[in-house]
Design a protein around this ligand. Structure first.
Ligand code: ADP
Ligand code: MG
Length: 319
């Protein structure tokens, strides 16, 4: 199979989306944005050996490269619309590509996005997705809007994906079925797209957690010129992680682990009931973990109220 067979037989499924005036097959796609909406554009890539193992299932790689991009749209409160997929592959293996594409298109369908283009080259395995979404004009969520006195919220559970990685690397032991549950969190993150859109008029600042709670919350604090106090015992952590991981490993996973793809956001305490109702409507759990302070910096306090010393902020590719 050559590059053109791959594009023609695996990728060129005609999107049903009327806003796609021209899809895969020309030099560029043509899309028509809705009047009164701003476009949000982002991209994220996965490298073999860094973001996924060489023997990773193609379905998992496809899911993750799209899910992490959908998560960026969620963090903006955007409705995801279109994606471009660029792939470097050492060879075009029909079986592998079929599984990859089926998984990719299944997630596209679930979130109502259309694949409109991309690029394919030979090389060490790399997958990049560029995603385009939209928000009502002027309304996108940002990192820079946190205000003193805001509650800090997080969706779902955090630390599970990092715990799975520790387990897979043989550095920690999780019992079944918790290990499988955590592996699922690592390989098949659920982007909080509906919640993001529901928070558009409720949250003051938002972002998704990809590099660990501390690191990503610090981005919100820096962008907003504020600080925060977080209570460790309020963090939504699977009970099994508290039971089975040594404290130092658990803290590393929960506070600095990364790969959670949960939403981290701030909102006025006056909006608490509305935030909870929005989350219920999206069938997503949310949890209030602390508050925004005028005092700069981030304090995480343990159950006794003592500040926890944070050994490493989060995951920095160049650290
Ligand atoms: P060009 O030479 O202009 O870069 P290509 O031959 O690379 O064009 O691509 C032909 C068409 O196939 C284009 O519409 C491109 O967007 C699409 N395409 C190529 N690779 C991919 C991919 N991995 N995923 C989606 N679309 C792709
Ligand atoms: Mg090309």
């Amino acid at each position: 199979m050559n590059e053109f067979d791959f594009i023609k037989t695996y990728l060129a499924n005609v999107p049903k989306d009327k806003a796609v005036l021209l899809g895969i097959g020309d030099d560029a796609a043509v899309v028509r944005p809705d009047l009164g909406r701003d476009l949000c554009v982002s991209s994220d890539m996965l490298l073999e050996g860094r973001h996924f193992f060489a023997d990773a299932a193609p379905q998992d790689v496809a899911h993750k490269v799209l899910a992490v991009n959908l998560s960026d749209m969620a963090a903006m409160g955007a409705r995801p619309r279109w994606v471009l997929l660029s792939a470097a592959l050492p060879e075009l293996d029909a079986t592998w590509l079929r599984l990859f594409c089926d998984s990719f298109f299944a997630l596209c369908a679930e979130y109502g996005v259309s694949l409109i283009g991309g690029d394919t080259t030979k090389g060490h395995s790399v997958f990049n997705v560029t995603i385009i979404g939209d928000v009502p004009q002027g309304l996108g969520l940002r990192r820079s809007g946190a205000r003193v006195g805001d509650d800090v919220w997080v969706s779902g559970h955090i630390g599970s994906a990092a715990a799975a990685l520790q387990h897979m690397l043989g550095k920690a032991v999780l019992p079944e079925p918790a290990a499988e549950h955590c592996r699922w969190a690592l390989l098949r993150p659920v982007p909080r797209v509906a919640l993001g859109q529901a928070l558009l008029t409720l949250a003051n600042a938002a972002q998704d957690i990809s590099d660990g709670l501390i690191q990503d919350l610090t981005h919100i604090l820096d962008a907003s010129g504020v600080g925060a106090e977080i209570e460790e015992d309020r963090l939504p952590v699977l009970p099994v992680l508290r039971e089975c991981l040594p404290e130092v490993v658990r803290r590393q996973c929960v506070l600095a682990g990364g790969d959670d793809y949960e939403l981290l956001f701030t909102a006025s305490p006056a909006r608490r009931a509305e935030v909870e109702q929005a989350a219920r409507q999206c069938q997503t759990e949310v949890c209030r973990i602390g508050r925004i302070t005028a005092q700069r910096g981030l304090q995480v306090r343990d159950a006794a109220g003592r500040p926890i010393r944070l050994a490493r902020g989060g995951y920095d590719h160049f650290a």
